[in-house]
Design a protein around this ligand. Structure first.
Ligand code: GLN
Length: 538
């Protein structure tokens, strides 16, 4: 416990995609493992209010918190590393900052003043940064600033950091600058100049980096570290190498070896101790020493982009480690799946996951895939749209409701087995209006879901507008697809299963958001176990 919260700002230089989120999460892990209550916040310099309206091609997966915030996928890393839920306060965008300042202006709260970037926008940023600190729940707040230093749109954030460092006083805040030290193979040398320039750019805004974390493909020699320290005005011990790792889960240990936590705690005038990473390292050792392997097909329409299904891929890593199995995820594009090639594309798989999604593209391929795995007893997990496709497939092919569909895809279908919730019918705006965040679900006993969770009352996160249409429930259940989980207040169906199948589960919610290293998600764990059993019995 600290007497007042300490702040760490993480900025990026030279290039995007250096992995600020992973560095922030790894540092947070090391601090948490020494007893400091740590949280991480992401500031995103774009004008969307949140990434909820962004296409995965633009921004990767949209991550959802318990309190229903649609957020940057880095929050998923924070939760997976720390096993502590994040909230709306952990992700702020320029859009949200401007929206609240403009709302205040309309309410007349600026008393006739001209509203300006400095001080009004920067004050709002400073306020948002300190919300987590002022909550009393945390000793250390790590704030990751999206984008790269020098971007026009990051300027107000950098200015807010400059001001906050003054406001907070010495030893209460520090700046970590994540940069790239490229290797020029023709010269056979690592180059420090881009980092020097990036630190200089930061200094033009009045911010001095305290610690450099240097992404590199080769070891930084002592000489390079000395040079970086000298030119960038930091202590040599504060030049931290971040070498490419085979898994993101190695990064906390790599940062520990480099002493990042020690340098940070020293500069913040806090005690440092040996972090207790025993649970983390047990996970790593199971992850790296699998006893067998399974291949699971991930069927979606954004599979060419790794970040689109980030939380699902990570949940497989957690569940694989738990089962001591390596999970090979084979991406299958739903748009190119059809009745004619489904056997060729799926018959070798040990399990199939049909992914969440929106809109019509690729859904017939998903339906063909569900039919194939249902008829061939291949373990199946359908998430959100994947669950909806399972209900449609069953209605079409078992109940004989030929044009059964979701009203999302066909508004005039004769059999809307998936339909818009009553509360969604009058919704006009697209942003932030879905059924979002954590909802209660009661799980029926003697079901796969109950066996997996081990208890009846669960809470899971949602992000969708359409639902299982209860008008069809009796018919669908009589034909063999059972509803095995309900929202207790609304009676909405949250889980469906086929009890006569090997392992067939569809969930309206997103279990992947809640899977962490410390708490692999029970449904993923039991799905991977089922895939292994299926493979062994083949
Ligand atoms: N498009 C579907 C709906 O809105 C499913 C959403 C999802 O898969 N997240 O209900």
């Amino acid at each position: 416990m600290t007497t007042h919260p300490k702040y760490i700002f993480v900025t990026g230089g030279v290039s995007s995609s250096l992995g600020k989120g992973i560095i922030a999460a790894s540092l947070a892990k090391l601090l948490q493992a020494q007893g400091y209550r740590t949280t991480i916040q992401k500031l995103d310099p774009y004008i969307n209010i949140d990434p909820g309206t962004l296409n995965p091609y633009e921004h990767g997966e949209c991550y959802v918190t318990d309190d229903g915030a649609e957020t940057d996928l880095d929050l998923g890393h924070y939760e997976r590393f720390l096993n502590v839920p994040t909230s709306q306060a952990n992700n702020v965008t320029t859009g949200r900052i401007y929206q609240s300042v403009i709302d205040k202006e309309r309410r007349g709260e600026f008393l006739g003043k001209t509203v300006q970037v400095i001080p009004h926008i920067t004050d709002e940023i400073k306020h948002r940064i300190q919300i987590l600190g002022n909550s009393g729940d945390y000793d250390i707040i790590i704030t990751e600033i999206g984008g790269t230093v020098g971007d026009i749109e990051s300027l107000p954030y950098i200015e807010a950091v400059r001001q906050l460092q003054w406001d907070l006083g010495e030893n209460n805040a520090l700046v970590i600058h994540l940069t790239l030290v490229p290797y020029l193979s023709a010269a056979g040398e690592l180059k420090t100049k881009p980092t020097q320039h990036s630190v200089k750019t930061l200094m033009e805004s009045g911010v001095q980096a305290d610690i450099l974390v240097c992404r590199t493909e080769h070891e930084l020699s002592d000489g390079i570290k000395t040079k970086l320290a000298r030119f960038c005005n930091v202590k040599k011990e504060a030049v931290i190498q971040s070498i490419d790792a085979s898994t993101i889960y190695d990064v906390p240990n790599l940062m520990l070896e480099e002493g990042l936590d020690k340098v940070v705690l020293k500069q913040l005038d806090l005690n440092s101790d040996q972090p207790d990473l025993s649970q983390w390292n047990e996970f790593l050792s199971r992850h790296k020493n699998p006893k067998s392997q399974v291949t699971i097909g991930l069927i979606g329409k954004y599979v060419e982009l790794q970040d689109s299904y980030k939380s699902i891929l990570e949940a497989f890593i957690h569940a694989g480690a738990e089962n001591e199995v390596k999970v090979n995820v084979e991406s299958i594009h739903s748009e190119y799946l059809s009745k004619d090639n489904v056997k060729e594309k799926l018959s070798h798989l040990d399990g199939v996951l049909v992914a969440p999604g929106f809109g019509e593209r690729g859904i017939e391929g998903k339906i063909d895939a569900v039919r194939y795995v249902r008829e061939h007893n291949i373990p199946f997990l359908g998430i959100c749209l994947g669950m909806q496709m399972a209900v449609i497939e069953y209605s079409r092919n078992i109940l004989g409701l030929d044009d059964a569909n979701s009203t999302e895809m066909d508004e005039n279908t004769a059999h809307p087995v998936i339909a818009l919730m009553e509360s969604q019918k009058d919704v006009v705006n697209k942003g932030g209006t879905m059924r979002l965040g954590s909802w209660d679900c009661n799980v029926e006993t003697d079901t796969l879901a109950h066996k997996s969770y081990g208890h009846k009352e669960i809470k899971e996160r949602h992000r969708h507008r359409f639902e299982f249409n209860n008008d069809y429930k009796a018919q669908i259940e009589a034909a063999g697809l059972k509803a095995t989980g309900y929202n207790p207040e609304t009676g909405l169906v949250e889980i469906v299963e086929i009890p006569t199948h090997n392992w067939f589960v569809g969930v309206q919610y997103h279990p992947e958001y809640k899977s962490t290293v410390a708490n692999p998600h029970p449904l993923f764990v039991s799905f991977v176990a089922a895939a292994l059993e299926y493979k062994d019995n083949k």
